[in-house]
Design a protein. Structure first.
Length: 483
């Protein structure tokens, strides 16, 4: 067990960072539309040469433009697990860059709303698929004891992407330069296409394809040292699921010929009826889906994506933009804290701290507004709200599904979880503008109530997964069911 205390190999870290470039694209494309609206749509004069720098769009058309990303994400989320299961995690990440490049080019060169819609929709499909594939890839190349910390790179990349979109918007969100903001989408895609061929496929996926020798070779690269057969078999079991153990054990018994297991090349298919009759299967799926929904219904989009609007009610536009940048930095700082603590404190504890802290901050923001406190107090509560989100609820729903669900159900479960996340975000995007117009800051009462409910859900339904395989988690659900 000495290898558990060894530092992360540089090659493993390289693969995690390269894979996380897709998550960076998700964050960047989520935030890139927040600043350039006026420059893109408020046309001061008649259209000029192609491509027109100004594309007239009313509130309804702009709403469609923003929402097409979410619609594409729902489709990508629903299909992402199937694609990743069939093509492999690494190949899926590679192919997604084609969508980002085509979509980014369309946005950068568009001169009419329809091409903007289409480009945003294509990027949404790529980002939605990526939100399935990236957590799977990182989880399956990471040792069990480091999956929390390394899995946090997914959320860290998303947060960095949002921050970069805010920063580049300061000089580029103008009539003459807004196209460059969308053109920058191509840069991380080209970089990832150049680097990802140097990364390995996940040992778990290779094992599921009966490519156990390739899986052993991948493990050796990720581990940074040569592995004996018994050690490789043990590590493959930790990267793979219980349904694959028979093959691996067969490899151990055959000495060097570790790939000679006669088991099936794919995990056995499980029917929906069987899932519903086995609590060790459906309960972890419900736990993961509940966390995805609570992430979006927590109100985080109100604090992040409408922060400039909220701050502008009390401060000048330039100050509001600076506060928005500061908010993104707070998000980044607390995401780093979460990544450092998640494998020490545990997922469940951080989730409860995050949800409880967000509820308290939401009530504090409403209270400060109703008591006519200094605007800086409201700002502090919103900063703390975002910080508490980053501690647990921002990161853990993405990384916990591979820890909850056996590999035979992981692809479909990850797809449904991602689709729930994107669908919830789409609902919030449709409802929130009207809700805040009616309720104002009182909308945070609603978010606080949802957060209290989601805290109770986490306490009752989500077990601790730190250092456990999905099979060990399944046994936890079985024990709870019998009790």
């Amino acid at each position: 067990m000495a290898q558990h205390s060894e530092p992360t190999s540089p090659y493993l870290l390289f693969c995690v960072i390269v894979g996380s470039l897709t998550a960076f694209q998700f964050g960047y494309n989520s935030g890139v539309v927040n600043q350039p609206r006026d420059a893109m749509t408020n046309c001061p004069s008649a259209p000029g040469e192609w491509p027109q720098n100004c594309i007239p769009m009313d509130d309804w058309q702009w709403g469609i433009f923003v929402s097409m990303f979410l619609l594409g994400g729902i489709i990508g989320g629903l299909t992402g697990g199937h694609i990743a299961d069939n093509l492999g995690r690494r190949r899926t990440l590679l192919i997604l860059n084609v969508g980002f490049i085509i979509g980014g080019a369309l946005l950068a060169l568009s001169s009419a709303p329809f091409s903007l819609y289409f480009g945003r929709f294509i990027i949404g499909i790529a980002a939605g698929t990526g939100t399935v594939a990236v957590p799977l890839y990182i989880s399956e190349i990471s040792p069990v004891e480091k999956r929390g910390t390394l899995g946090s790179f997914n959320q860290l990349a998303i947060v960095v992407g949002i921050l970069v979109s805010v920063l580049v918007g300061i000089p580029l969100a103008t009539l003459e330069r807004w196209r460059y903001m969308f053109g920058l989408i191509l840069v991380p895609s080209i970089l990832q296409m150049l680097l990802i061929p140097f990364c390995v496929e996940t040992p778990s996926w290779l094992t599921s394809q009966s490519l156990v020798l390739d899986a052993k070779e991948a493990l050796q690269k990720l581990n940074g040292t040569a592995l004996e057969n018994d050690e490789a078999a043990r590590m493959l079991r930790s990267h793979s699921s219980l349904s694959q153990e028979q093959d691996i054990e067969g490899g151990e018994q055959n000495g060097d010929d570790i790939s000679d297991g006669d088991g099936p090349s794919q995990d056995a298919k499980i029917s929906l009826k069987e899932i519903m009759t086995r609590p060790e299967l459906w309960k972890p799926i419900v736990a993961g889906l509940g966390l995805h929904a609570s992430q979006q219904f927590s109100g985080i989009n109100a604090a992040i994506y409408y922060s400039t609007t909220i701050f502008s009610q009390s401060y000048s536009q330039s100050t509001a933009i600076k506060l928005t940048v500061l908010l993104s930095l707070v998000n980044l700082a607390f995401t780093l804290v979460s990544g450092n603590q998640i494998d020490k404190v545990g997922r469940r504890t951080l989730l409860l701290v995050s949800q409880g802290g967000m509820a308290a901050c939401a009530l504090g923001a409403v209270g400060a507004f109703r008591l006519h406190a200094d605007p800086s107090v409201v700002v502090l509560f919103l900063m703390a709200f975002v910080g508490m989100f980053a501690v647990g609820l921002g990161n853990i729903p993405w990384l916990i599904m591979p820890e909850l669900v056996p590999s035979s159900l992981l692809g479909p479960s990850a797809s449904v979880g991602t689709a729930v996340n994107w669908s919830s975000a789409f609902i919030i995007a449709l409802v929130f503008p009207r809700a805040i117009a009616i309720l104002g800051y009182d909308i945070f009462y609603v978010f606080a109530a949802i957060l209290v409910g989601s805290s109770l859900f986490t306490y009752l339904c989500v077990p601790e997964t730190k250092g456990k395989t999905p099979e060990e988690v399944a046994r936890t659900f079985m024990i709870r069911h019998r009790e």
